[in-house]
Write a protein that binds this ligand. Structure first.
Ligand code: ARG
Length: 414
């Protein structure tokens, strides 16, 4: 009888490399899968390492375009930001990797998928739930959740099982990278009272050494989607890649967060999300220009819920598709251009234009050409204030029972 197959989400790091012999010892044939979501690593080297560590086959899938189109675009439209600061870079890539794990599992006739997450984080939830939702028949194994090895024990295990040793001196930090950002945890970051040392950053300049001159970038949007950078039409992935470099150079996108994990733990997380920081701020600025107040308010409620469900691993749910449909319907007029000023760690909106702008100079101006009918404001305020006036009058009457009559409304001149 042939051994059961497992498809392993393989990063090339220590955990997933050790997972290969560990799974083989438990009778599995291991198929490695590395999904390219924009992490700056040599994927051919990763593939070779998977095979050298004992994988039967090793797949590399370039999913960068798909990540930008199907995951980041809806996240931009929904201004998806967790706890007000985190653009969900790691969280958004997990369901996409999960989808490709399932696809390869079906192609290979695998019965299991596996990932390298520990039992303390959010990512295990995201992988497990993506698999459950897309392929309930597949079982999930998370070796690092089960094996209980320390890092040193893992290194010893790797040596004993001919897993190629990690050449570079291992960093005290745990990192995760994709187009939308870079996450860093562990090491000295575990003390939230201490400022992150400069060495944790890789994508961003320190604002101290960033260029002395500000730089303006113009982001063009069509129906909520970024389509132009400085007037040049570009695909979303290319816009993100270029903005990560440009905004990163100005020290934009550093985030130091005390985060509420789904599993109940508070943890200190550092992120570098230069492109996401710029694009989300620009998108919100354009929405402020073209959407009415009630829609902005109501959309915000959906945005909070959407950000939470992405964080919580609920991408493949009817709630997510329903919010996506609502958000898409709000983006019809989100077309225009926003200028952002990048300067020593900050990115600020410096201007916005749109053919659908609700801003009208002849209504807003205090100068020549004012067409707002200010005299109608008085009548509006009379009606708007009616509930407050009635409430106050009734209260006054209660505290002075001698006055039997309801005070007359003051007549306003019309
Ligand atoms: N806390 C973040 C999240 O849950 C990022 C986790 C990143 N993982 C890592 N190995 N640093 O989305």
């Amino acid at each position: 009888m042939s051994s059961p197959r497992v498809v392993l989400a393989y990063s090339g790091g220590l955990d997933t490399s050790v997972a290969i012999p560990w799974l083989k010892e438990r009778g599995f044939e291991v198929i490695a899968l590395t999904v390219h979501v924009g992490q700056p690593v040599d994927l051919q080297a990763v593939r070779k390492k998977a095979l050298a560590s004992g994988a039967r086959r090793a797949y590399i899938v370039d999913a960068r375009e798909e990540f930008a189109r199907d995951y980041l675009l809806p996240a931009i439209a929904a201004n998806a930001i967790y706890e007000g600061v985190y653009p969900l870079s790691t969280a958004l890539a997990r369901p996409l990797i999960g989808k490709h794990l399932v696809a390869v599992a079906r192609k290979e006739g695998a019965t299991h998928i596996a990932h390298g997450c520990t039992g303390k984080g959010n990512d295990q939830v995201r992988f497990d739930l993506s698999t459950t939702a897309l392929a309930p028949e597949l079982k999930v194994i998370a070796p690092a959740r089960e094996w209980g090895m320390t890092r040193d024990e893992e290194i010893a295990y790797a040596a004993a099982h001919n897993v190629p040793v990690i050449a570079k001196k291992s960093s005290p930090y745990s990192t995760d990278e994709n187009l939308w950002g870079r996450s860093v945890e562990c090491g000295v970051l575990e003390d939230p009272a201490i400022e992150p040392p400069e060495e944790v950053y890789d994508w961003t300049q320190s604002p101290l050494t960033a260029p002395d001159d500000p730089e303006h970038v113009r982001i063009g949007f069509e129906h909520g989607a970024p389509t132009h950078l400085n007037g040049v039409r570009m695909g979303l992935r290319a816009i993100i890649e270029q903005l990560n470099r440009t905004a990163g150079k100005h020290g934009v996108g550093r985030i130091d967060h005390l985060e509420s994990r789904l599993v109940g733990i508070k943890s200190r997380e550092v992120y570098e999300c230069p492109a996401a920081t710029v694009l989300l701020a620009a998108h919100q600025a354009l929405e402020a220009l073209v959407l009415p107040r009630d829609l902005l308010d109501f959309k915000h409620v959906g945005e909070l819920r959407y950000s939470q469900l992405i964080y919580d691993g609920l991408w493949y749910t009817p709630l997510r598709t329903a919010i996506d449909a609502f958000v898409a319907s709000t983006q019809e007029r989100v077309t225009g251009e926003v200028a952002m000023k990048l300067y020593k760690g900050s990115s600020r909106v410096s201007g916005r234009t749109s053919p659908y702008a609700l801003y009208r100079h002849d209504l807003a101006t205090y100068s020549e050409g004012d067409r707002f009918n200010a005299s109608s404001a008085e009548g509006f305020i009379y009606v708007w204030g009616l509930p407050s006036r009635t409430w106050a009058a009734v209260g006054e009457q209660k505290s002075r029972p001698a006055t039997a009559t309801v005070p007359r409304q003051r007549r306003t001149s019309r």
